[in-house]
Design a protein around this ligand. Structure first.
Ligand code: SF4
Length: 344
């Protein structure tokens, strides 16, 4: 029998697992509480009987990722981690310090299959999906290392969360549980490149998390140049799925727009984007693109970025320019892992 990763299970899953072993279901909550406090050693779960602890050692394990490398920004304290998984794969996580507390950006896959041309995570394609426990353990490990509670989670690290749908949903349920990390759904943001059927499926679950959609272009022709997913789903279909999400969850959707100099950052693009989003319950996050080694993209001029924002605002669309965090430590998605793989 394959051992079960208990950190990948909700309290109800653990109860089922225990019942399957002929154990009392109520122990599930106790085990879930221990695990989500970061306890990885069954012998430290002092309210469980010794025979149960021994049985758990035989039939279960608890994901334990290790910090392989850590970089702290001298500019803003952003902390970037390279984690080693039990199969020796490497993923990244980042903790950013904001006035409202710590926000963790976590990975949902090793690598990524989506092929966005501005992103370092996808350079070697998708290696594998992460288990829910490997996502949760990124938070537990960063929290322990920082010595402070992490209150906001963004699923914006390596990977397309909706391409690992089942484990991502399980992860959200695990960290939202009041016996675990107790992170409110409104403090969780899932970022997607725009998988239309999965956005609808997520909407139908009616979990009121924040949905961030990577748009990056106001029309299909331009979007296809940077995001291969645009060849599968048109912007029209994508916007319809976002409207469906808003209807089902009552949540505002955010659109991520990476500004790339000379590609998608001129005034005509801003006007086209305004027309596309006008009247929608949404806002736009403008992200001056990070330079990725091996790619030709350049950061937009500050003036152009400001103009772009003004045009959107002029159409009644809220738009913010994302402040760059950890500029001195390669904090952009996938860059540190890429450097590490190159060194190997
Ligand atoms: S931007 Fe996101 S979806 Fe696109 S390749 Fe990078 S990790 Fe994947």
């Amino acid at each position: 029998m394959r051992k079960k990763d208990l950190l990948s299970l909700t309290p109800m899953d653990i109860e089922e697992f225990l019942a399957g072993m002929g154990e009392k279901r109520f122990r599930g909550k106790q085990i879930f509480q221990w695990i989500n406090k970061g306890i990885k050693d069954f012998d430290k779960m002092t309210n469980l009987s010794k025979p149960l602890r021994e049985k758990l050692k035989d039939y279960a394990y608890i994901t334990n990722i290790e910090i392989k490398e850590k970089l702290v920004s001298n500019i803003d304290g952003t902390t970037k981690y390279l984690f080693l998984l039990d199969d020796y794969n490497i993923i990244e996580g980042v903790v950013m310090k904001y006035h409202h507390g710590l926000t963790a950006c976590i990975s949902t896959q090793v690598g990524c299959a989506m092929g966005c041309t501005f992103c370092a995570s996808t350079l070697k394609g998708l290696v594998r999906n992460l288990r829910a426990g490997e996502m949760a353990d990124q938070i537990l490990t960063m929290q322990k290392d920082m010595g402070e509670r992490i209150s906001n989670i963004v699923l914006m690290g390596s990977g397309e969360p909706l391409n690992n749908f089942h484990e991502t949903i399980k992860f959200i349920k695990i960290i939202n549980d009041e016996d675990g990390l107790n992170i409110g759904n409104r403090h969780i943001t899932l970022s997607t490149s725009g998988l239309v059927p999965q956005i609808k499926a997520l909407a139908d679950l009616q979990i009121p998390i924040n949905l961030a959609v990577s748009l990056h272009a106001p029309n299909d022709a331009l979007r296809k140049q940077t995001m291969p997913i645009a060849k599968k789903y048109s912007i029209k279909e994508l916007i319809e799925s976002c409207k469906y999400y808003i209807d089902r969850t009552n949540r505002r959707v955010s659109f991520e727009y990476a500004l790339i100099r000379g590609i998608n950052d001129d005034e005509a693009h801003a006007r086209e984007l305004s027309d596309l989003l006008k009247g929608m319950l949404c806002y736009v996050n403008l992200i001056p693109v990070n330079t990725v080694e091996g790619k030709e993209y350049k950061k937009p001029n500050i003036g152009d970025t400001g103009k772009f924002q003004q045009i959107l605002r002029g159409s009644g669309i809220e738009a913010t320019i994302r402040r760059e965090m950890g500029a001195d430590i390669n904090a952009a998605c996938g860059q540190l892992r890429r450097k590490y793989l190159q060194k190997q």
